[in-house]
Design a protein around this ligand. Sequence first.
Ligand SMILES: Nc1ncnc2c1ncn2[C@@H]1O[C@H](COP(=O)(O)OP(=O)(O)OP(=O)(O)O)[C@@H](O)[C@H]1O
Ligand SMILES: [Mg+2]
Length: 403
Amino acid sequence: MTTKTWRPLTAGCCRVHDQVIAGKLPRFRPNRPEFSKKIAQLSSFRRLSASDVPDSPSTTSEALTHAFAPGLHVFSLGELRAITQNFCGGFLLGEGGFGTVHKGYVDDRLRPGLKAQAVAVKLLDVEGLQGHREWLAEVIFLGKLRHPHLVKLIGYCCEDKERLLVYEFMPRGSLENHLFKRISNSLAWGIRLKIAIGAAKGLAFLHGAEKPVIYRDFKTSNVLLDSDFTAKLSDFGLAKVGPEGEDTHVTTRVMGTQGYAAPEYVMTGHLTTRSDVYSFGVVLLELLTGRRSMDKSRPKREQNLVDWATPYLTTTRRVRMIMDPRLEGQFSVKGSRAVAALASQCVNPKLKARPPMHVVVEVLEGLQHLRDMAGNAPPAPLTQTYRTQRAARKPFSEHVHKV
Ligand SMILES: Nc1ncnc2c1ncn2[C@@H]1O[C@H](COP(=O)(O)OP(=O)(O)OP(=O)(O)O)[C@@H](O)[C@H]1O
Ligand SMILES: [Mg+2]
């Protein structure tokens, strides 16, 4: 296949009600002049399926759909304005580094055959080339990849300078909201495990693809939850096709989110599927502890979750010390110990020591049946139990504690 030069369709700025949307999270992203320089320098840099992108200044959204995503709907800006009530604040679902996300409704009056459903419309802040590139990556990857643990892309809009994406609506929002924003009850242990398994399956699917895909931005805000807490990965803007042939890694600009990116990737730009395994380990730690991967509001030695938690991951007693207080002791002791051990392997600084994602899935699935909840009273010494029972005049057998 010949490699063609990719040209941006446009490079503009996307505004909502004349208000430029600002990014909120710290990311490793070079500014534009720096970005152009780096692209020229790194010979091994490969854009996402760049060789497949039509090399024509007249590339249209229709050409894009034919080339990559025949199943996707192409919407006009007017249509998306209509279904989101003109992107009004009442329909705002959230805001990320690339723009705002709004709720809307579609049905077959909009497109014949379109299922009546709620959707999430992401309005990209296409500040320069990068925003466009991330939009394109999302269309290319999510247009082609379909899996129960990847959020479904329904369509997109590419009109003048505007870039939008239309996804299936995920009723429970992001894992980040549930873990860290006190919007709802704490997630129960079993639900945390279910979410970890779902997200792990999503990553395992990407890594096991014929051309492995490195997700590169695995974090709690990119894990979205269905009504039954089925986890789905969203945001493929930073995803890359993995190394091919003899290559062990892809070399690329360092992008991602502070606190989640693997140390070797941050230091060298060498990206492998094991970089995602590291990020997955960080999210496992967040699920265990209820702490953010990076929290500047904590004392200095507690700010980086991996650094802080690592010494606690080795014994059952120590693991119990760092468990999320919101669980109120309602977690499996053996399960938490095993998840801690797994997280510790995933965040191992040596990337070869990190398990592949299909192994991670197997380990996590093996923990689902455990019911040794820590919140049950620990077994008291026999003599004391016996005395208590006599006082209560109850048969001894009723009080035997099962672990
Ligand atoms: N398909 C969806 N269904 C429901 N809510 C969604 C959907 N997609 C995104 N959201 C909501 O919008 C928020 C913002 O998402 P977005 O991906 O733009 O940013 P982010 O993941 O928070 O940050 P970043 O830009 O660093 O990825 C999410 O945290 C989630 O609450
Ligand atoms: Mg996101």
